[in-house]
Ligand binder design. Structure first.
Ligand code: G6P
Length: 368
């Protein structure tokens, strides 16, 4: 087992560091000689896409959080309303699924029982089912109409990291391919996004250099009972994943909040010394995030911000700032989650937790 950790203390940190390669493989396996996305096996025609009037993205756990980011990409490029739901909720909510519905499932293992039962139900109602899976030949991959595999490689740590970032890459590729096919994005936009996507693996490697800074910050969080994560839009989805990660492995209570909702209740929880992790990568929401930062700072929060390197203004209202490279808003989640994964890892390590096998959790949950 030590050998397969390749010198790392835990599988989780090894897998965090595998993300440049995992995102690169996921993308490059699906690019042709002209640098265009090839999804020939996902043979949904323009006529079928024109008929699809609703899209559900359904998953559990971290894959659900990736699906929240996926919604932003699919709505942006395909111009169809998307609902992202938790499989165990969706299954019993009597959803409006028919032959004009596309259901996109995301699952690292491809064996999660709740997600699998959604698949069967959706197919029985005539929907087209496309899955994003990591394990080749898994039940979800086999039973779906179409599958796009992520090329994350085996993920051993219970807390998912590289599966999440590669799932986001997969969602963006699907959205770009379908958008081009349907005519809801231009060829020029499509090629520009692919060019940006190709930069992502190196940018992930760049963000990983924040490790020492994160180690320092983790020391401030080790004794805290509650940690809050704030964001708007896509950043709110990333905040959800950051909070889940730290809960899973460090057993610290954490919650993600939509920053605009703070004033409707949550701000009552903010007092001296409470850590608040603020994601501020979405340019059109940046000013609003700045004012949320100021609100929590004024109440004594320890504000830790994650933003793009061009947004130096955050320093005035933050105790610590972690910078990521400048990137299109839709891609930002792949980079901004990296410090959150590292933070969860180092807080758990400081607390002496069993990082790769957290209590009560299983890598794959095959019972409903
Ligand atoms: C379990 C794991 C989570 C994972 C979830 C969904 O709860 O502990 O890390 O996100 O299942 O798994 P899947 O294999 O469907 O992505």
């Amino acid at each position: 087992e030590a050998a397969s950790k390749a010198g790392y203390d835990h599988f989780m940190i090894k897998e965090i560091y595998e993300q440049p390669e995992a995102t690169r493989n996921t993308l490059e396996r699906r690019l042709d000689a002209n640098g265009e996305i090839k999804l020939d096996d996902i043979n949904i025609t323009k006529e079928q896409l024109d008929k699809i009037n609703k899209i559900y993205i359904v998953a559990c756990g971290t894959a659900y959080n990736a699906g929240l980011v996926g919604k932003h990409a699919v709505e942006r490029f395909l111009k169809v309303p998307v609902v992202t739901d938790i499989a165990s909720e969706f299954r019993y909510s009597d959803p409006f699924v028919d032959e004009n519905t596309l259901v996109i499932l995301a699952s690292q293992s491809g064996e999660t029982a709740d997600t699998l039962s959604v698949l069967r139900e959706a197919k029985a109602k005539g929907a087209t089912v496309l899955s994003i899976a990591n394990v080749v030949g898994s039940s979800i991959a086999r039973e779906s109409d179409y599958t796009l595999y992520t090329w994350a490689g085996p993920e051993i740590a219970v807390a998912s990291t590289k599966a999440y970032t590669t799932q986001i890459v997969a969602f963006i590729m699907i959205a770009l391919d379908f958008g081009l096919k349907k005519g809801t994005i231009t060829k020029e936009e499509y090629m520009n996004y692919i060019a940006e996507l190709k930069e992502i693996p190196d940018q992930v490697a760049e963000v990983l250099k924040c490790e020492d800074q994160i180690k320092e910050i983790s020391k401030q969080l080790v004794d805290k009972n509650d940690i809050f994560y704030l964001g708007r839009g896509l950043d709110y989805s990333t905040a959800m994943e950051g909070a889940l990660k730290i809960k899973e492995i460090s057993y610290t209570h954490a919650e993600a909040f939509a920053a605009g909702e703070l004033k409707h209740g949550t701000i009552a929880l903010i007092e001296e010394g409470v850590p608040v992790i603020v994601l501020a990568t979405q340019q059109r929401l940046f000013e609003k995030m700045l004012s949320n930062m100021q609100e929590v700072k004024a109440r004594g929060a320890n504000v830790i911000s994650i933003t793009e390197v061009t947004n130096k203004e955050v320093e005035k209202s933050s105790d610590s700032v972690i910078y990521i490279p400048e990137v299109d808003n839709i891609l930002a989640g792949i980079l901004s989650v990296i410090p959150l994964q590292l933070l969860a890892y180092y807080v758990a390590k400081e607390r002496g937790c069993d990082i790769d096998k957290p209590r009560n959790l299983a890598k794959s949950v095959t019972v409903e």
